[in-house]
Structure formats: C-alpha cells, structure tokens
Design a protein around this ligand. Structure first.
Ligand code: BTN
Length: 252
C-alpha cells in the first residue's frame, strides 16, 4: 500500500481523485492524499468537514470478495486505525461501524467522547462479487483554527498534541502498514474474527443504550455477530442484528 501516492494541496475529494486514477488503471494500494478538500465526502451522502489540520486520504483496495463481505472493509480499516493510534499511545476506541473516538471531559451527543476519525468505503462490483474499493479516511490531527464548525463542535475532536505534531508522512506510513496487515481480513474468516476481537476489546458502545435511527431500533449494544453486525438487545430481551447504519448513544 502506498507504492503509488498522489498528493494534492487542494482537491474536491480524495475519493473522486482516486476514482479517476483507478479508471486510468492505477494499481492496488494506490493512495491519494490531500491537504484540503473542497467537497469531502462523508457516509450516507453527508459532507465531510475538511481542514488543513486533518490527515485525509483514500486507498485503493482491489480484492475480489463476495458482496456480503463488504462490511468487512470498513471494520478492518477501523481495526487498523485503532491499532496504529493505540501504538502511539492514543486512548482511542471505536464506535461501530466506522468512527474512531477519543475521550472528552465535556459531554456531547457521543457521551464523553469525540470523533477523531471517520471511514468511508465506496465499492465497485462485477458479476463475480466486489472487485474494488476506495477506502477514505479523515483523521483530525488538530482542530482547525477557531475551532470546528458549530454543527459538529460537540462531536468532532482531535488527537493529543504529541501525536498531532508527528510528521504526517510517517503517520500515513504507519496507518498504511497497519491497513496492509489487516487487509487479509477481507477474505480470510480467521483474520476477520481476529479483527472483530480487536474491535470488540475497544468498542465505546458496550452496555450503553443506543439508537439506530434508520432502523428504528433502540436497545443495549452487547456484541458483534461473527459477520460484524452490531447485536442490540431490546428492552424485552430480544436481540436484533444491525448490519449497517448510524448508531448513537441514547441518553435519557
Ligand atoms: C464519515 O465518518 O462519514 C466518513 C468520513 C470520511 C472522510 C474521508 S476524508 C478522505 C476521504 N475523502 C473524502 O472525500 N472522504 C474521505
């Protein structure tokens, strides 16, 4: 990963730049990194707030896997980020399926956490299955000058200064190494099970009441299923598996 890297001082979205490079035949592991994006893409069609204090990049993964394994790509990237940041002594955890959180003294919509990184997996398929993915990562190193915009002020956070001040190329390098290590989880059930164990051990959700607005589900987050779904226990004791969607802690 990262054998070929395209760097933009400013672009629309690294996801779009990578799509263009892939259309021109860019190889597996190609990386596009931008200092700033004009149209950063978030999950579910949302806009990703992009700023110069963030490390924002997209990685091409050419893996032929069955469609039902698609959620693995986000999850293995989460495990890679988690392991990499923890190896740098950042006390990060994961909020299923794609957010990396850091503790915060001040309470907000994520409880006593702030989101420091988000993952976006965009996929391309063929008749054989999933063929190609663009994995986008936005990691807030520092808060922007003047702070985050009001709408995300109580949600977004940044890394401790010791890590935020690290050389960006070295940090990117370490993240890519970690991703490379976990890529096998896309196709190997055994490695994916290990990836889930890493996420299980560092999930911010266990035991908390959660809302899954898209599915109209409220209950206690208790585990991951073997295919990476979030298992939620409703008030009546029944459990439901959430395959995709946004999950928010619920506070009375
Ligand atoms: C999310 O949490 O909604 C996912 C955010 C992903 C943002 C990154 S920044 C680099 C890459 N380029 C984009 O346009 N989006 C992803």
């Amino acid at each position: 990963m990262g054998v070929r890297v395209a760097h933009f001082s400013n672009c629309d979205s690294t996801q779009l730049r990578l799509a263009d490079l892939l259309a021109q035949g860019a190889p597996d592991g190609t990386v596009v990194v931008a200092d700033e994006q004009e149209a950063g893409k978030g999950r579910q069609g949302r806009v990703w707030f992009s700023h110069r204090g963030a490390l924002q990049f997209s990685v091409a993964l050419k893996v032929l896997i069955p469609w039902e394994y698609a959620p693995r790509l986000t999850l293995l990237t989460g495990a890679a980020l988690l392991e990499c940041l923890q190896s740098l002594h950042c006390p990060v955890s994961v909020k299923w399926p794609n957010d990396i959180l850091i503790p915060s003294k001040e309470k907000g919509p994520l409880g006593n956490y702030r989101k420091v990184a988000g993952i976006l997996a965009e996929l391309a398929s063929s008749r054989e299955g999933l063929e190609q993915a663009r994995i986008g990562i936005g990691l807030n190193l520092n808060a922007p000058e003047g702070g985050f915009p009001k709408e995300i002020d109580l949600i977004a956070g940044s890394l401790p200064p010791e890590v935020a001040s690290m050389d960006r190329v070295s940090l990117l390098d370490r993240i890519l190494d970690s991703m490379e290590k976990w890529t096998l989880a896309a196709s190997s059930n055994e490695t994916f099970a290990r990836c889930l164990d890493v996420l299980r051990a560092h999930s911010s959700l266990w035991g908390t009441m959660v809302d899954v607005p898209d599915e109209g589900i409220r209950g206690k987050a208790i585990d991951f299923s073997s295919d990476g779904a979030l298992v939620v226990q409703r008030g009546d004791g029944t459990t439901v598996q959430v395959i995709a969607g946004d999950v928010w802690p619920h506070f009375d």
